[in-house]
Ligand binder design. Structure first.
Ligand SMILES: Cc1cc2nc3c(=O)[nH]c(=O)nc-3n(C[C@H](O)[C@H](O)[C@H](O)COP(=O)(O)OP(=O)(O)OC[C@H]3O[C@@H](n4cnc5c(N)ncnc54)[C@H](O)[C@@H]3O)c2cc1C
Length: 385
């Protein structure tokens, strides 16, 4: 069923037209819409399901920086995004009155081998050089809170870095959607179908035509299928979906402790004594939304890592598909020979921390045709090379 979140009088008549048409209402698409509306553009968002029910509708919400060594433009981009997100979320919360459960909680990482400690010391030096002085990479001998994580996991101490943060994906998505209520037209249950170049319109899955000055494809992993149709190449030339499973547990823990990351397991405390556990990474799967023994195994490993979780009840099991572009980095740029269509996807495992900056770059490309702050490795042409 199609639903329309109405909006401003500019959309009052039945003929749909806009300056910017955003395809996909995940965290990237909603940020593009938010920034475009803020810049005074008339915006329509097409979402074939409901806003925030793709990969952005999960439970984890870890905002983790890249390692500080071998610094490069991609790491700088993410660093700046993680730095600016706190203020962006504060504005969003003030504007909407909705809480996003954002906290700069930091991250703990146990050190298992002697060489892990040596590497951590090198990273401490690197972080002091490339991170600004607001954030530190510290070495500790024991956690500040007993059993978070378990002492046996850290024979050589642990790292405590203060840049990582967390956010509730669902609360964040709800606030982003609310911020657009009077700023844009969100069409849910109505997807992008195709471009009709003869009449220069976008045709939706329900057969409506939309005249758009510019279209931005932010359909997560399904962007690769849209590109495949447009450019007559296999979707895998552009990227693939990578399945992830995660869980939400009810624990006896305050939400002001750092998140824990060890050997591929995340334990991310959220408000209300909940702790999110993530994530599997699956390139082959039969059912994209089913959870299975791989998640059971992850939960068991999290209980060993953080004994506070030993008896924690499982509130929810969840799975989704991350967009992984062909060269692994985010994919942003104008579609070849189509300066009126921009792509913004491929945030893969770090999208929540960078979506607002991905959106700003996509809009700059759409408006002026170039974006000086976009790392070379993120550019669509780099992915297609
Ligand atoms: C288990 C798991 C844990 C994760 N944990 C983290 C984490 O801790 N931190 C982090 O930063 N990232 C994490 N991620 C990754 C993150 O969730 C994704 O990278 C991010 O949500 C992608 O956002 P998106 O807006 O690009 O795509 P999506 O959120 O998938 O949004 C795309 C939207 O486009 C819509 N759409 C598709 N096709 C069409 C069409 N033809 N017309 C209209 N609409 C269409 C879809 O319905 C969807 O709503 C995790 C992912 C998973 C699966």
């Amino acid at each position: 069923m199609t639903s329309e979140t109405k909006v401003s009088p500019i959309y009052a008549d039945e003929h749909l037209s806009c300056d910017i048409l955003v395809v996909g209402a995940g965290v990237v698409g909603l940020w593009i819409a938010r920034l475009a509306a803020r810049a005074g553009h008339r915006v329509i968002i097409l979402e074939k399901r409901s806003a925030g029910t793709g990969a952005s509708g999960g439970v984890l919400g870890a905002l983790m920086p890249h390692m500080p060594e071998r610094w490069n433009p991609k790491k700088q981009f993410q660093f700046e995004a993680l730095g600016s997100l706190a203020a962006e979320v504060a504005n969003l919360e003030a504007e909407t009155g909705q809480n996003c459960d954002y906290r700069r909680c930091g991250r703990l990482m146990p050190l298992v081998q002697p060489h892990h400690r040596e590497l951590a010391q090198q990273r401490m030096v690197a972080a002091a050089q490339v991170w600004d002085s607001n954030f530190q990479w510290n070495l500790l001998d024991a956690p500040c809170k007993a059993n978070w994580p378990a002492v046996h996991t850290m024979p050589h101490g642990l790292v405590h870095e203060t840049l990582a943060a967390r956010i509730s994906p669902r609360k964040y998505m709800a606030a982003l959607k609310a911020s657009l209520a009077t700023q844009a037209l969100l069409l849910e249950g109505e997807g992008f179908n195709r471009f009709d170049d003869a009449v220069q319109k976008v045709v939706t899955t329900s057969g409506r035509n939309i005249s758009a000055g510019h279209t931005i494809l932010a359909a997560g992993h399904e962007t690769f299928d849209i590109l495949s149709d447009m450019l007559a190449r296999p979707a895998a030339d552009f990227g693939t979906p990578v399945k992830g499973q995660a869980a939400l547990l009810q624990a006896e823990i305050s939400d002001d402790v750092p998140l824990v990351f060890h050997d591929g397991v995340y334990a991310v405390p959220h408000e209300g004594g909940t702790v999110a556990i993530g994530s599997t990474s699956e390139t082959s799967f039969d059912d994209s939304v089913a959870t299975d023994a791989k998640l059971d195994n992850l939960i068991e490993r999290a209980r060993v890592l953080c004994p506070v979780l030993e008896t924690a009840a499982v509130l929810e099991r969840w799975a989704g598909l991350r967009p992984k572009a062909i060269k692994r980095d985010p994919m942003i740029g104008a579609v070849p020979d189509r300066p009126d269509i921009t792509v913004a996807t491929g945030g893969f495992k770090i999208t929540f921390g960078i979506a607002h900056k991905m959106a700003a770059c996509a809009l700059e490309l759409a408006s002026v045709g170039h974006c000086g702050t976009l790392p070379e490795s993120f550019r669509l042409e780099t992915h297609l090379r």
